[in-house]
Structures are given as C-alpha cells and as structure tokens.
Design a protein around this ligand. Structure first.
Ligand SMILES: [Zn+2]
Length: 424
C-alpha cells in the first residue's frame, strides 16, 4: 500500500518549524521541520528525516529549502480599521505640544475628521489606499486581516466602507474579514442624542448589513461617554440575532464593564482591555472570548495610570484568568497609524511582557480565534491553509527580539509564493 501523500509545495528543513497547534498554548516547534501542502492546504508537517518516506511530490512540485530559518503560519491581524484614509499628523503634533481633547476637536481632529475625509474621497481613492495597505501588510507576513467599518456613521456610508474593504480584498492575496462598526462614534447630527443613533443602527444599519451579507462581525466602541454597556448590549444582541458575531472595543480608557459584557453576549473577542477587571477577564475565559491587546495604541495612551507596569499587570490577570491573548495593530489614522504586525509584536513583548512564544501565538492561532478561524488559519497542521512565512531568523525568539525591521523573507498564501525570491 502506498501511503505517501501527494503534494505540490514542500518547505523543507526549517531550523524551527512552528506548527502552532490550533487554539493551544504551545508553538509546537519542530527542529529541522518540513511542511508539505497540496491545493493550498497543509497535508503533512513533521521532522525532515520523516518527510522523504511520507511524501510523493507531484510533477512540478515546488521545493523550498528553509535551512537555517524559522517557518511560522502566516500572521493574522485581528483588529484594523481598514479602510482608513487621511493623515492626522497635525493632530499628532498638537498632542505632542500638550493639546487636550477639546482643542484637538476644535482644530478639526478626532474620529469625525476621518469620517469627513473619507466621505469626501472617491471609491477609487479609498479602494486604492486599502490595497496599498494590504500590500504592505502582506509584505510583513500578514495573510489574514480583520477590517472594520466605522468611519461612515450613516447606513449608506457604512455599507460603502464594507463594500470597499471587500473589493480591496477580493483580488488580493490577503484574506479580509469584515466587521461592521457603525457604533464607533456618535455622528455630529446625533450629538447629545446617542439613543436615537442607536435606534438607527438597530433599525437601519444592522438589517441592511445583514441582508447584504457584507460583514461577519458586529463591533461597538463601548466606553463611558461613548456607547454605554446597555446600548452596546442592544446592538450586539441584535447583531447576533441577524447572524453577526459580536466583538467589542472594551475597557480601553476606564473600567466600564466591557469585558463582562463581551462574555455575557458570547463575543468572539474583546479588544483593548487596559482597564478590564479580573472578574471580567475570568468571565471572558469561561465564555471563550479572546482578549486582543493593541500595543501600538497603548503608546498613544501612555502617561497617567497607563505605563509598562499597568500593562504587565493586565497581562498577568489575563494569564491568571486563562484567557487567550491575541495582538492586533489597531491600524487607524488617529491612535495607531501603523500597519506593521511585526512592530506590534515587538511592542507586545517589551511593553506587555509577553514571552516570544506568547507573542507568536498571539499573532497566529489566538488571533485566528479572535476571528472564529481557529485551525483554518494561524496553524501549520494538516487541514490548515498553506499560509506561511519563512523568516530571516534562526530562532522564533528573534522575531519579537528585533524591532523596526521587516524579517519576513518569503510569504506563501494558500500555497503560492506572494513575497520573496524563489529558492529551490
Ligand atoms: Zn479599534
């Protein structure tokens, strides 16, 4: 009986092959590891010495020698505000000079300034910007990206942004996972009438988003003074009823019961969580809600209570609670004009104290879990997508260790080389 597996791509003899078993807490490092793929999926992974007897390369099979290099699953960025457009460097400068929130608003800054910029930009401009962003992310080793609307704030504008994100991703190697975030801010027309805006989300936006099948998740910016826990609950429950799984911007600036709400509604993830309570984190662990930390955004919030010790204490509480930790860039023109998952990972280790293994898990299988894609992406086990990165690194620790460099040498999406020179 011939038990050899047919394959069309073999990445062989990696110094460290990180299998990252789905949903686990181990990288599953195989020294001298080989991974074999067929039709865009992994079919075999194990020690190089066992590969020869196990694999039957098809004619034209591509064989890549990863000798001396680390191989991981393609990275997953589980939190971006793509499409984002418009530069807020002037606001950045004002903040550096110590300007307060109101002064920045008066100077035309903040989320609403991006809403205005994006509403004035053409479809082609926004689509082109989003494609450029996806190109950059892919070059960094990111093969799956979540993309939130939220710079529209009317039914038509939100649907437009979701459509543009889908169009940008439709002919691009990066998989785009769309999230509806109509509850990102209160638009100026509803100033002082947040409940009226919530009704618009419930009665106009969510039904239209659901009807068009244009988003997989529904997210809310739940924070005292923005959307309350009660308002967020109504939106997330209605989203769930319409087939959109819940996500939540929670407890970013203050402890507001966001983590508790995320667990209560069975959210797939709760994000930010700088002030999440231990009870909220424990409830999230019990509900299987992933904690997404956003280290780049934290740099914009440094000062006062928020410092390295605070961030490390939050992570210690997450570990104690047993909640899965993921990392995202939070790419947006305000607090995180950063498309680099590698930088977010380096900061997660330095600011939040994540170990190298925790950091890579947080950017692969746990990030996949934050998108309901565990096992499908973010792992290199039989059945997972053949999305993988060959790193200019001899050990996995070297990935978060360096910062400000792009170490993704070769990137494969669904078994196809999408970045790097072929080395056979
Ligand atoms: Zn965000």
């Amino acid at each position: 009986v011939n038990q050899q597996l047919a394959c069309d791509l073999i990445v062989s003899n990696a110094a460290e092959l990180c299998l990252v078993p789905p949903g686990g807490n181990s990288l599953g490092v195989v020294a001298g590891g080989t991974v074999a793929c067929l039709n865009g999926r992994v079919i075999w992974a194990g020690p190089h010495a066992h590969a020869k007897g196990s694999l039957a390369p098809l004619p034209g099979c591509v064989t890549v020698d990863a000798g001396g290099q680390v191989v991981t699953p393609g990275l997953v960025d589980p939190h971006t505000h793509l499409p984002s457009y418009g530069v807020r460097a002037r606001e950045f400068e004002l903040k550096l000079r110590g300007a307060g929130y109101l002064e920045i608003l008066a100077a035309g800054g903040g989320i609403l300034s991006t809403v205005a910029t994006m509403s004035a930009a053409s479809d082609a401009t926004l689509r082109g910007a989003a494609r450029g962003d996806l190109d950059f992310m892919l070059g960094q080793g990111v093969t799956t990206v979540e993309a939130k609307s939220g710079y529209g704030l009317t039914a038509d504008a939100e649907l437009r942004l979701l459509r543009l994100a889908a169009e940008a991703g439709s002919d691009h190697p990066v998989t785009v996972v769309p999230t509806f975030l109509g509850a990102h801010a209160i638009p100026p027309t509803f100033k002082g009438k947040p409940d009226a805006y919530v009704e618009v989300i419930l009665e106009d936006m969510l039904p239209a988003v659901s009807r068009q099948g244009i988003a997989q998740f529904c997210d809310v910016f739940c924070e005292p003074g923005v959307f309350s826990v009660e308002q967020s609950r109504r939106i997330l429950q209605e989203g769930e009823r319409l087939g959109l799984r819940a996500k939540l911007h929670a407890d970013e600036l203050a402890a507001g019961g966001g983590a508790e709400l995320a667990a209560e509604v069975g959210a797939v993830s709760a994000d930010h969580l700088l002030f999440a309570s231990p009870t909220g984190l424990a409830a999230m662990a019990a509900a299987g809600t992933v904690a997404v930390i956003l280290p780049v955004t934290v740099l914009a919030l440094l000062g006062g209570e928020v410092g390295v010790e605070h961030c490390r204490r939050q992570v210690a509480q997450m570990r104690d609670a047993g909640v899965q930790i993921a990392i995202g860039t939070d790419y947006n023109p305000g607090t995180a004009p950063c498309r680099s998952m590698q930088l977010a990972m380096s900061l997660a280790s330095r600011v939040f104290g994540l170990s190298s293994a925790e950091t890579i898990l947080a950017a692969t299988t746990h990030a996949a879990a934050a998108l309901g894609l565990v096992g499908k992406v973010g792992s290199l086990v039989p059945g997972s997508a053949a999305d993988l990165v060959i790193w200019e690194a001899a050990s996995h620790e070297e990935i978060p260790y360096r910062l400000g460099e792009n170490q993704a040498a070769h990137v494969y999406k669904a078994g196809r080389l999408v970045k790097g020179r072929m080395t056979t």
